[in-house]
Design a protein around this ligand. Sequence first.
Ligand SMILES: [Zn+2]
Length: 478
Amino acid sequence: MVKDLKNFLILFFLLFLKDGNCAKNLIDIIIENTKPIMIRENRRLPLFIWGSIPLNLPEQQIREYLNQLIERNIVVFTKWYIPKEGIEVGIKESIKIDKIKKDLNYPIAIDATSVVHRFFDGSEETGHIDEKGKIFFDMSFSSNVKIGCPFKIEKKYDVIKERLEKFLKAYKQEGIEIKYWAIDWEIDGPIEWNSAWENSKKCVICRKNIKNIENFDQFQNVIRKKRADLQREVFVNTVKKYFPDCLIGNYAVNPHDGYRYWWDYFEKEVEGATYQRKHNALFRKWFDEFRYSGYTIAMPVIYTWFRFFNDYNFEEKEYRWFYPLLKEGTSVGKNTPKNIPIISFVHWQTVEKPKQLPSDFTPLSREKYKELLWHLLFRRFDTFCLWSPLNEIAEEIKVLYEVYVESFKYNDFILKGEPIFWDVPEEPDSVISGLKLKNKLLIIRSDFSEKKEIIITKVDNKKIEIPIISGPLILELK
Ligand SMILES: [Zn+2]
């Protein structure tokens, strides 16, 4: 009996571990740090969390979680994946959870990242080939990923398409409508950074396919176009075939002004690329990948990359974060057509922070991060998708949710207003963003220099006075 009890307890504990229930899971943390919202409002897009409900929970528990998320207007994704037991098992598991979502009228959002990896699967047939006929790979992006020849992955298109179609067909058969379909597809497929150019120049196939390969801009155009075509053909067209109205997007693929104002963690500079320089920061010339990929949502990235802190010498240190992020946000907002929703990945606490910090290190404050979110909402962003490691998620969701919930007060402005300010001051100063709706303005102001009491400016040739404020303010145009 005692032994049985012991075994029972061990089994019980293991089951808990398996379900990720021994510690709080993502959903528990989100629910604990947010409150149901009273305004039931369906015109605005929900707030997204890049995460999902753990599999293998009892149905009742899943329903409870979903009901609480519905009350909060928060959408989490269903993760498509291929378990060891095979794709059919993976499909069954995701359908199980999405049937419940459908039943509760909860929007179905898919994170298909793990199903679309990888075109570059490390197989010989995907490698570059040098003059002596030797196959080689580019290991400069990740020690786990053998990036090969951009002109040898077309054979893989059907492999990935087929996987996606299996999921899509099963959803169609079950009558489950997919509303959002997104991926975080990064270190795979053709990319131009790190040692890619150097390697392509050594590859006979790349040399044959890229005219003027010695010119980085032309190399970039060919590579990114190829990357965009791949995404359109394999991801976008395949999903649309089954769910024509589905909103489809990929991490960091968005319209822009021709430049990118941040670097991803795996990207390294290439000598010979076209840059604009600001202090130590390099703004990279960027291809219009969004247009050719055919995505129907823009998913820019607004993260406080540690690198920003050393890239800029602004004495007002918070502006070292605010400036590049507003610059990126403005580039995206200004160039995204009105029919394309902007669902921005966001993260507040410093990303890729080293153990050893500079003695004068100053992170972006909570208050200024909130203001940044307002500026983005007033520069055409529709909503946000929170990405966060589990240990930072409580703080992340709290601050983001405060702005999201408060923004419901201004739905008409956000849905129908026109952005009126796009300036990003080159030196720390007052930053203003605003939306105009008929004769009313909704303004947010952030100060990074000695505060001027009143800022006087003009909208539609009418003088407006903007006082120091600590949140959004409505003004009348007279
Ligand atoms: Zn090649």
